[in-house]
Design a protein around this ligand. Structure first.
Ligand code: BES
Ligand code: MN
Ligand code: MN
Length: 459
């Protein structure tokens, strides 16, 4: 293992520059204006895999953005690790809030990252974390120390719903055969407090359209006499949380798995500094469902969030208009054993039911995903736990992640495989926000930890 670490140390500067090159490609999957950049990024990932010594590297076309596949079979009798990650990123907007441009990576020190952090869209989510695997495998192959077979499946549509991954997985069952799925696309508690996410929330994403009159109206001539769809939409949305911030959609909590008090106590043992949390976000108080802590609100409870709301006139100056339509984008985070389809249906029925006469409501489902919990007693989890303990000097704490990686449930269903979420980012790394960053420490800690996982998993 010393040889592997020596190799990493010796190639430190190149490993950083290569990640920078990847970060310069604006692989925004949600926006078709970037389609060729996304394709260029897939080609670049494929090149890096080939240079790392991975075989059978292929850029697999899909109906959407390509999936990069590659494998290294060192010994058919050895266990096989399937690494999943994504090379696509979220849109960079609002771009004027970036201190340095989103696709021109720059290193700056922060309070949390005194050794410097790489600022760029995708630095943490997920290019930096995904690329740690490429570099770790390169280091193991270069030093003749890869004790497991490895397969890579790096997709380009994670940030927009992974709509073509299911059919790729179904059509490549044999090729994807493995013993475990390893993903670095989650967070640890802090750089001195390692943790492993053992659950992710599911997702129901919907868009609603409320229509009032058949055209935009003069707000003086008609205002006060015709329902304004923006007012109606705002009222309907406000009614979704009651005074305890409990969600009022009928049947919403029916399938929610309730944790017993021992499990809740265990979850709340994870270090969490409420004051630091508020300070980091610039808020005077946290908010949420009554009777639950912040860790529970993001870990084991479902939520209803507005992601965007619009309608009427929002341009410069003023326009006295009573608009015909109002819109919102909404995401609901789900926990075991809620189902994405059921929640989407319950929301749709509820929203239609509470709409007053005088408006019509249209609900359009977008992507979704199922919640998962991953085992803490599997060979793979124990290998990850030992690996983190090796490089952080502390045993990692099992936690629940608030975000979603919908394909984890899909892998379990389609391939019968469990996942280990060995993430290296921090929640405060501004994922999906302006000034996303990834600690230089975190990047190299990932590269150093992954080989230990292979070593322990092979044992
Ligand atoms: N890497 C995140 C998910 C994540 C982040 C999990 C932090 C746990 C901790 C992933 O790229 C992501 O953003 N997923 C989306 C879902 C997708 C369907 C758009 C999400 O959670 O909103
Ligand atoms: Mn991600
Ligand atoms: Mn993301």
């Amino acid at each position: 293992m010393q040889a592997v670490q020596d190799y990493i140390d010796k190639n430190r500067e190149r490993f950083l520059q290569e990640l920078f090159d990847l970060l310069r490609i604006p692989s925004v999957s949600a926006d078709l204006a970037y389609k060729s950049d996304v394709a260029r990024c897939a080609d670049s990932v494929a090149d890096h895999l080939r240079k790392a010594g991975v075989d059978k590297v292929e850029v697999c076309e899909t109906a959407g953005h390509p999936i990069v596949y590659g494998e290294k079979i060192v010994d058919p009798a050895a266990p096989t690790v399937l690494v999943y990650g994504h090379y696509d990123v979220q849109p960079a907007d609002p771009i004027d809030l970036w201190e340095t441009p989103a696709f021109e990576p720059a290193i700056r020190k922060t309070a949390i990252h005194p050794d410097g952090a790489i600022f760029a869209r995708g630095a943490c989510d997920d290019k930096g974390q995904m690329f740690s695997h490429v570099k770790a495998v390169e280091a193991m192959l270069a030093t003749g120390q890869l004790p497991c077979n490895v397969k890579f499946m790096i997709e380009g549509e994670e940030e927009c719903g992974s709509s073509n991954l299911a059919s790729f997985v179904a059509g490549n069952r044999d090729r994807l055969k493995a013993d475990v799925i390893l993903i670095s696309d989650t967070s640890i508690i802090a750089n001195d407090t390692p943790s492993i996410d053992c659950g992710l929330r599911g997702l129901s994403y919907v868009e609603v359209e409320v229509t009032g009159p058949n055209r935009d109206l003069h707000s003086g001539v008609y205002g006060g006499a015709v329902a304004n769809p923006i007012t109606i939409l705002a009222k309907m949305i406000a009614s979704i949380h009651d005074e305890n911030n409990h969600i009022t959609i009928q049947g919403f909590y029916d399938d929610v798995q309730v944790l017993d008090s021992a499990e809740r106590t265990e979850l709340n043992k994870a270090p969490f500094d409420l004051e630091a949390y508020k300070k980091d976000l610039g808020i005077a108080a946290v908010w949420g469902e009554k009777g639950y802590t912040t860790l529970e609100r993001t870990g084991i409870r479902p939520t209803f969030e507005l992601n965007g709301i619009w309608g009427g006139y929002t341009g410069e100056g003023s326009k006295t208009v009573l608009p015909s339509k109002a819109f919102a984008k909404i995401s609901m985070r789900l926990v075991p054993n809620q189902s994405s389809d059921t929640i989407t249906r319950l929301f749709s029925e509820h929203f239609t039911r509470i709409a007053p006469q005088g408006v019509t409501v249209k609900v359009t489902p977008h992507h979704g995903g199922e919640p998962v919990v991953t085992p803490t007693n599997s060979r793979a989890y124990l290998a990850a736990s030992r690996a983190l303990e090796q490089t952080y000097g502390k045993k990692p704490i099992p936690t629940r992640g608030g975000g979603s990686i919908p394909i984890v449930a899909l892998f379990e269903r389609e391939l019968g495989l469990k996942t280990v979420l060995m993430g290296f980012g921090l929640d405060s790394d501004a994922l999906h926000s302006p000034n996303e960053h990834y600690g230089v420490f975190n990047y190299f800690q990932g590269i150093a930890t992954i080989p230990w996982f292979y070593k322990y998993f092979a044992e």
